[in-house]
Design a protein around this ligand. Sequence first.
Ligand code: UD1
Length: 358
Amino acid sequence: MSVLTVVGARPQFIKAAPVRAALARAGVAERLVHTGQHYDHAMSQVFFDELDIPPAEANLAVGSGGHGEQTGRMLALLESEMQAHRPGAVLVYGDTNSTLAGALAAAKLRIPVAHVEAGLRSFNRDMPEEINRVLTDHCSDLLFCPTDAAVANLRAEGVTGGVHQVGDTMYDVVLAFEKRAREKSTILKRLGLEEKGYLAATLHRPANVDDPKRLRAALAALAGCGRPVVLPVHPRTRARMEALPGWDPEGWGDLRFVDPLGYLDMLRLVSGAAKLVTDSGGLQKEAYFLGVPCVTVREETEWVETVEAGWNTLAGAAPDRLARAVAEFEPSGERPALYGRGDAADRIADILKTTLAA
Ligand code: UD1
């Protein structure tokens, strides 16, 4: 009875952390295969260290590349891994190229595919992630959905078998590590920040950072908001910023660029912020869990319930609209438990164990 898990990009290490622990508790052997999509210490190893994740059993060192090239390399190497180890199921997370490669390799070998974070949709095919999610869901046998909306999306596409609403494993992680982040992270002190006296921001979506005009406009909106803003810079974003003509990292007022942060520092940075401005999917939810207002630099979101609950607003990237949202968005009121009870990982492990035993 064994599971082969495929991870490769930063958010997947976080999502997989509690499931790896839960599988061990349930007595299910797991072979964790890291594709190597992310390889910098700050994009990968720091999460294994801080979230107590036992090291991956294999690292395929695929590295960066175009979509076809990167996904293709993963596909070939994952197929060999799966043929060599013949797992009872393959477990994949989220919507990255590593997710799609893992699901496709397994489906062709007729190994059951289990997808964590199934059913999420932006309905925007310009996002590579949307294509990855749709294709992964349609070749999955077990679909672990975090939300009601995700279940409804699958039903609308005719996917009903093997669907389980289990909650969100990122919520499990926030509950388990929030206290440790408060105790251990020194990020506020290191940056001289006061609790609720600054904004946290991230930008990494190709739609926002690959177009120089759009990137400049988003940075200008942040720089002009009248408060310190801390922006941990994703490697893709750093490369695009440094390519801007006349780029000067000092020329953005109170907007401060820092290197990518580990999990504990990022959680602390967000929990201490007056607001979060982001185009990340995971951070929209983490802000919700922590009660921090979120301005999303996109026109749509997969996490629609954070918007419906009033704690997230979609602001796009047009400078005036974004600046207005950053200045004016002040939610209040309840934050219903939309993402489960913090036991998503145990529920996933139990279902996998039962399925493998059948
Ligand atoms: C990927 C995922 C995205 C996810 C994000 C989290 C896909 C299609 N996209 O986007 O859904 O939100 O991860 O971060 O899978 N780079 C480094 N060091 C690294 C990793 C990347 O310098 O450790 C640089 C490389 O120049 C690379 C670029 O970042 O070309 C982009 O990396 P890539 O993995 O292709 O996609 P992300 O933008 O990180």
